[in-house]
Design a binder for this molecule. Structure first.
Ligand code: GCV
Length: 714
């Protein structure tokens, strides 16, 4: 009897690893599984006092209620009166003014979004205070406080002040109105345009919560390859409904604007930005939008790029186009984000195009225009040098565009943690104003004294139950938000936070997953495009390897354009003897890359056409190094698989199995990349695979005849 009772008691205490579907992202709020800490937290937060009434403060209250009750498994009462001991006091500097907590000017540095969390004595009681100048700052503080608990950090003696380094922290959805997501690998669009504006899916609210929890404050709802229909009244009502849902979470909506909209939906016979009727059309459209959405963010525009209409069709410049829209939006408080993603099949090097088109326009854009630049000069490759536009347009605020959706990084099936990629670019030194002129300082506006600043991530979100399809895709969304708020955070720190909230605080889990994540970016570089190879993916879908492709409608869509392999060697000569793209960087940067013997291996084939016998820093020939790197990529994925398997008993079965299966695909794909690329490059090098290397199990012909007509996102 005694034994049976003991067994029952034991069974009640053991928390089984329940299946989890990933919907809750990093906001799972599961009971803290460290009893000592749990008691400390419960003691420190005995009551909550929320000061202020607004939709945002309602969101604060709801989140703290849900978060703390879940994490602490205790019902923590809300109080209205004088604080008791261990009250969590939450409000703005105005709503908490009566408590005289801080000297009057002390909190000004928090600006409109920053927050402060302090432990202090209030009316003789020991309390924790979350405060900010605005409700939205308070919401960010509340999420930060919950993150501290979720990640088992101390919450006594707090003295935290946090402000965002970048003003616009945006997601860019490439979602079409028919719900197809361009380069989307996580199902169809979460925006159900057909049922809007009446039907508000709970997902919209959870999307807003997730974004606010990491500081994202804006979202561009539709694809940059834009459909003008979104600017018609019925669709603007739908956009307004989404804006209403997102507003309490500090998220503004933006729209991608099709440049030819005045013709398509306004029935004008031109979209010339200097034409008065066209200008009036946009002014009226802007007013119409603002009557429905008073805090509308503005327009994102892809113009004269990949077939999209733009001002150049009328002999005008990008600045003419952007300024026309900026003039329409400026009296209403809106901004224009004009993309610099342009390239021309006639140019001798796609690398150079954006710089050539945009630098002459520096200083010609209106004050409410930002130019949005992809992190690298080509297109979201596993590794690119930073775009030379960073540092070359000091009079224009440049917004960073990263890609969360893994178009060139294994799409929905490869585990690739992108924070190291983001950091590599942000930390790069442009030398544009002497040493330490990092890309980050250009993007945050401090180097060139811009008040507008921004970072955008092309969203990897769809209607898959777990939002991103690959459970680890969530980490890239998370990292984008955290780095946009504070790019000084390390990739390790962000990974640890994410793992602790998404999986577990168990040190074995945290260390093992963090290790997997931190090796994953270099792994993908190695098994896809080592040593500076780039854009050698299959045409159109961009999934697997196709370095042999040479029949695209434009030469600059073909891999052969980028690797230039021949009997002499491989790589794109971008030095003075080649396209001279290097000239677009400052001398100190040029110096890093100009000499093929000094250039780091990572960028060698980005800037040089080198012989197959070229002696690498390792002492190997280029050919042997290439083989070595491809193999290293495959080996890294095997190691990732092995480490993941060790976590079986620590991870819920659903997510464990899902990741296990995806890693198997990634491993198979890594081998595919290695074999297909090496067999192809071998036709030029004529050199044998080094002894001891795994030999390809198919012929080159086998890989070349493979077709993927239904690859997703294309
Ligand atoms: C939205 C790449 C992608 C396109 C994308 C384009 C862009 O070329 O393959 O799908 O179009 O970038 O960023 O505009």
């Amino acid at each position: 009897m005694k034994n049976t009772l003991l067994l029952m008691l034991l069974l009640c205490c053991i928390q089984p690893l329940r299946a989890e579907d990933g919907y809750d992202l990093w906001l799972r709020y599961k009971r803290i599984d460290n009893n000592a800490l749990l008691s400390t937290y419960r003691r420190t937060i005995a009551a909550i006092h929320i000061a202020g009434n607004s939709l945002v403060m309602d969101a604060v209250k709801k989140e703290l209620d849900q978060g703390l009750n879940g994490l602490l498994q205790a019902h923590i009462p809300f109080t209205n009166g004088q604080p008791v001991n261990n009250t969590l006091i939450v409000g703005t500097t105005s709503t908490l003014a009566a408590l005289k907590l801080f000297p009057k000017d002390d909190l000004q540095q928090l600006g409109t979004e920053g927050f402060r969390i302090t432990s202090r004595t209030v009316a003789g009681k020991v309390c924790t205070v979350i405060t900010a100048n605005t409700d939205i700052g308070v919401l960010y503080g509340a999420f930060h406080f919950l993150r501290l608990i979720q990640t088992l950090q101390p919450v006594a003696n707090l003295n935290i002040t946090s402000t965002p380094r970048v003003k616009l922290r945006l997601l860019n959805h490439w979602d079409n109105l028919n719900r197809y997501v361009e380069r989307g690998y996580a199902g169809i669009s979460i925006w159900n345009w057909h049922t809007l504006p009446e039907y508000i899916d709970d997902r919209y609210i959870d999307y807003a919560r997730a974004n606010a929890s990491i500081g994202i404050n804006g979202t561009v709802l539709n694809n940059v390859n834009a459909n003008a229909t979104v600017l018609t009244a019925p669709y603007l009502h739908k956009v307004a409904a989404l804006a209403d849902v997102l507003r309490p979470y500090g998220i503004k909506v933006y729209l991608s604007a099709r440049f030819s909209a005045p013709m398509e939906i306004g029935h004008l016979n031109t979209a010339d930005p200097l034409n008065d009727t066209v200008r009036q059309w946009w002014q009226a459209k802007a007013k119409e939008i603002y009557t429905m959405i008073p805090d509308f963010g503005g327009f994102l525009v892809k113009a004269n790029s990949e077939g999209q209409p733009g001002p150049q069709s009328y002999g005008r410049t990008h600045a003419d186009g952007a300024n026309m829209l900026a003039d329409a939006l400026s009296p209403l408080g809106g901004i224009v984000i004009w993309r610099a993603f342009v390239y021309d099949p006639e140019a001798n090097d796609r690398f150079k195009q954006a710089y050539d088109e945009f630098t002459p326009l520096d200083g010609k854009f209106r004050k409410n225009v930002l130019v949005q630049v992809k992190n690298g000069p080509i297109d979201f490759q596993p590794r690119e040098p930073f775009s030379p536009l960073f540092g070359a347009m000091p009079k224009t605020p440049l917004m960073m565009e990263f890609q969360l959706t893994q178009e060139y990084l294994g799409q929905g099936t490869h585990l690739v943690y992108e924070a190291p990629l983001f950091k590599e670019v942000l930390d790069a030194d442009t030398h544009s104003k002497g040493k330490n002129s990092t890309v980050a300082k250009i993007v945050d506006g401090t180097l060139n004294d811009h008040t507008l600043s921004g970072i955008a991530g092309v969203a990897n979100i769809g209607n898959e139950r777990n939002w991103t399809n690959h459970p680890f895709g969530q980490a890239n969304w998370y990292a984008l938000g955290r780095l946009s708020w504070d790019y000084s955070l390390s990739s390790e720190q962000i990974a640890s936070e994410w793992i602790r909230q998404t999986f577990s605080n168990d040190p074995t889990v945290v260390n093992t997953i963090r290790n997997i994540m931190l090796t994953s970016r270099e792994a993908v570089v190695n098994y896809m495009t080592p040593l500076g190879l780039h854009h050698i993916m299959g045409n159109g879908h961009h999934y697997g390897p196709a370095p042999w492709s040479n029949k695209a409608p434009r030469p600059d869509w073909d891999p052969v354009y980028y690797h230039k392999a021949d009997a002499k060697g491989v790589g794109f000569d971008r030095t003075a003897s080649g396209s001279n793209a290097l000239q677009q960087y400052q001398p100190a940067v040029r110096q890093l890359y100009a000499d093929s013997n000094a250039c780091s291996d990572q960028y060698l084939l980005w800037f040089h056409h080198v012989s197959w016998q070229h002696k690498m820093h390792s002492g190997r020939t280029l050919w042997n190094e290439l083989c070595h790197k491809y193999q290293e990529g495959v080996d890294s994925v095997s190691a990732m698989q092995q480490q993941w398997r060790q976590l079986k008993k620590h991870i819920d079965p659903e997510r464990f199995h899902q990741v296990e299966m995806l890693l198997a695909i990634q491993h198979k794909d890594a081998i595919w990349w290695r074999n297909a690329c090496l067999l192809y490059f071998q036709t030029f090098s004529g050199m044998p695979f080094p002894a001891g290397y795994e030999q390809p199990d198919h012929t080159l012909g086998y890989y070349q005849q493979e077709r993927f007509p239904y690859a997703p996102g294309n």
